[in-house]
Design a protein around this ligand. Structure first.
Ligand code: 2AM
Ligand code: CA
Length: 254
């Protein structure tokens, strides 16, 4: 299965890159900075077409095209974000990812994050027992504490100081705001960030969470509960040590 998925991702990326000079049709979803383009929709349709041909029984949980409410817990579910970091895609033509995750009976089996313009594919999970960057197996990052590393943050969460975001940032070596959840997960998987605190939807965190857990790191939702896979929610992903440091800020309400 992983070979097929990697093929779809590379093909989708070629389509995105070959259209980069073309005029985009950009629509607002919830306000002027929450955008969707014709490319987001086309790439999701392309990947869904491939999935339907490969496994007609599989379910789809995807950001676009009205496929965003599928429960994760029954059957084989492909979780798709056709372009993660759409605002970066529109404004920068780089720093965006294609993300796919595969869940079977509620268990995350495979995650894929492709940084399209860097041509870096991070993929793996329980199904293969490893995490790879392209063809190379990755070692688990060191279990660094919050004070030892950089932490990815959602800008609004930081600005409003929700969930102790500013104190968490202050304790760390510094915050990074990348505008693309996939790039934060990549940094954590590579060991260049110790965590990420944000507000995320299932397609934003599914692939990254599978790879983080494969490498011995942890993720959690609001009030120290597991992530719900329903709508946008508070998200922490971190090394085990940094997670303990972050949770110590507010045992009750984080
Ligand atoms: P997106 O571009 O696929 O929506 C930082 O902006 C991160 O949060 C990006 O990964 C972005 O993914 C995601 N994001 C932005 N707005 C969002 C929203 N309204 N709901 C869920 N995720 C969002
Ligand atoms: Ca998206």
């Amino acid at each position: 299965m992983e070979k097929e998925i990697i093929g779809w991702i590379y093909e989708a990326a070629e389509r995105i890159k070959s259209g980069l000079g073309d005029a985009l049709k950009v629509d607002q979803k919830n306000g002027r900075t929450d955008l969707v383009t014709n490319v987001d929709k086309e790439v999701q349709d392309f990947i869904v077409g491939k999935i339907n041909a490969y496994d007609p029984d599989a379910l789809i949980l995807g950001e676009e095209n009205g496929q965003d409410q599928t429960p994760i817990d029954k059957g084989r579910v492909f979780v798709i974000d056709p372009i993660d970091g759409t605002l970066n895609f529109v404004m920068q033509q780089e720093n965006f990812c294609i993300m796919i995750a595969v869940y079977e009976e509620g268990v995350g089996q495979l995650g894929f994050i492709y940084d399209v313009m860097q041509d870096e594919l991070f993929w793996g999970g329980p199904k293969v027992g490893k995490v790879f960057l392209n063809k190379e197996e990755l070692a688990a990052p060191a279990n660094q504490s919050l004070s030892e590393g950089l932490i990815g943050m959602n800008a609004a969460l930081y600005r409003k100081n929700l969930y102790h975001a500013q104190e968490i940032g202050q304790t760390s070596m510094g915050i990074r705001v990348l505008g693309c959840a996939g790039l934060d997960f990549i940094a954590i998987i590579k060991g260049t960030q110790i965590g990420y605190v944000s507000m995320l939807s299932p397609w934003d965190y599914a692939a990254g969470m599978i790879m983080m857990e494969q490498l011995g790191m942890t993720v959690i939702g609001k009030n120290q509960q597991p992530l719900s896979f329903r709508g946008r929610e508070f998200f922490i992903g971190a090394t085990q040590a940094a997670m303990a440091d972050i949770q110590a800020f507010d045992k009750e309400n984080l």
